[in-house]
Design a protein around this ligand. Structure first.
Ligand SMILES: [Zn+2]
Ligand SMILES: [Zn+2]
Length: 67
């Protein structure tokens, strides 16, 4: 069980969040957290995932032709 402190809008302050029992198979990577103070569920959306985009903005489009 991993806990983390996050700001809770309902509690209007920093509260302790815990990962709920995940039924989606995310395991410890489940983005959902439950506020232990009020029970509000939040989904973490602050993952800093760099968007991998090719420098050149165009892509070759292979001609799709059924031979
Ligand atoms: Zn989950
Ligand atoms: Zn709360």
């Amino acid at each position: 069980m991993s806990h983390r402190e996050l700001y809770c809008d309902v509690c209007e302050g920093v509260a302790l969040f815990e990962v709920p029992p995940c039924v989606d198979g995310h395991g410890i990577d489940c983005p959902e957290l439950i506020c232990t103070g009020c029970g509000a569920a939040v989904v973490i959306t602050t993952f800093m995932v760099p968007v991998a985009r090719p420098a050149e903005g165009r892509r070759h489009r292979p001609a799709r032709r059924a031979a």
